[in-house]
Write a protein that binds this ligand. Structure first.
Ligand code: ATR
Length: 275
């Protein structure tokens, strides 16, 4: 008899990860047998632990901080988008024990945006990305794949933005952090990928009066769910999309592959993840 598929999320530390809760919820929802567990792996043991997972019978894994880049290096096969992003978050193990790495963060971002703002299309106008960390990289890749005509990028540390822009070509234009308000009248989509706004942290220094009801605004911060940015954007009449959905939708391709069923995003799941 075949045993139920087992999948793990690997990180160090791992206690903060919401993935076990989310996949556990979906396993109950679709009523297929399976297990999804958190594994805290010390950096010294990561490579051997990952390489042995297929032999132990794992079906796949998610990887989180600090392993997204190392997982990509260790994998036997890498998807094009994971290669472009330079990091993996979702791993599949095939029947020969080979490790396939993918990155579904950009997919999660775009799917969340499309679900939260039904009229939104990347082609409708320029986007403005605040921040140049790992999340921004996946989001830039997704925006370019969706054919966003122009992307403005700004970051407190300008060198990081310049480096990222260089990797993604001439559609991306870097703006000085202090000049961000000058760009607002020209954009249709505003995306915060910085940690500013998390738990009432410092503000972004945006002149909210420049936001209009023609704009879609999204924040990858979801604690609080309604960040200062989203609160002000809502007051300005913008279409607002919170960041919790990015976390949720990035999990769907992995779940489908490992467990062979399509999960549904419900309010109950959103509430559970916010606990
Ligand atoms: P992630 O992988 O989640 O994107 P990260 O790589 O640590 O995380 O990036 C965090 C982002 O938040 C960066 O763009 C960072 O700006 P710097 O590159 O200048 O560090 C931004 N950030 C964090 N704290 C900030 C602050 N107080 N003011 C402005 N930007 C900040």
């Amino acid at each position: 008899m075949k045993t139920a598929p087992v999948v793990a999320v690997l990180g160090y530390p791992i206690h903060h990860s919401k993935s076990p809760k989310m996949h556990g919820f979906w396993l109950d929802q679709v009523a297929v047998p399976g297990h999804y567990i958190p594994l805290e792996i010390h950096p010294d043991n990561f490579e051997s632990a990952l390489k042995n997972m297929p032999k132990l019978g794992f079906r796949g894994a998610n990887v989180t901080i600090p392993y997204k880049e190392r997982a990509l290096e260790i994998a036997d096969f890498v998807s094009e988008r994971a290669e472009r992003i330079g990091a993996a978050n979702t791993l599949y193990f095939d029947a020969d024990g080979k490790i396939h790495a993918d990155n579904t963060d950009g997919y999660g971002f775009i799917t969340n945006l499309k679900n939260g703002a039904s009229h939104w299309t990347a082609k409708s106008g320029p986007a403005f990305v605040l921040g140049a960390g790992g999340a921004a990289r996946a989001i830039l890749d997704a925006l370019i794949t969706e054919d966003t005509p122009k992307i403005y990028l700004t970051n407190r540390t300008k060198e990081r933005a310049l480096k990222l822009a260089q990797e993604f070509g001439d559609r991306v234009r870097v703006i000085d952090w202090d000049d961000k308000n000058t760009i607002l009248p020209d954009i249709t989509t505003l995306i915060n990928t910085t940690s500013l706004g998390m738990n009432g942290n410092d503000d972004l220094g945006l002149n909210f009066s420049l936001l209009t009801d023609a704009m879609t605004v999204t924040d990858i911060v979801y604690t609080p769910l309604e960040t200062e940015l989203l609160k002000h954007a809502k007051q300005q009449g913008c279409t607002c999309v919170d960041g919790l959905g990015m976390l949720i939708y990035q999990g769907i391709p992995g779940f489908e592959n490992w467990f062979g069923a399509t999960p549904v995003v419900t309010d109950e799941l959103r509430e559970l993840l916010l606990l």
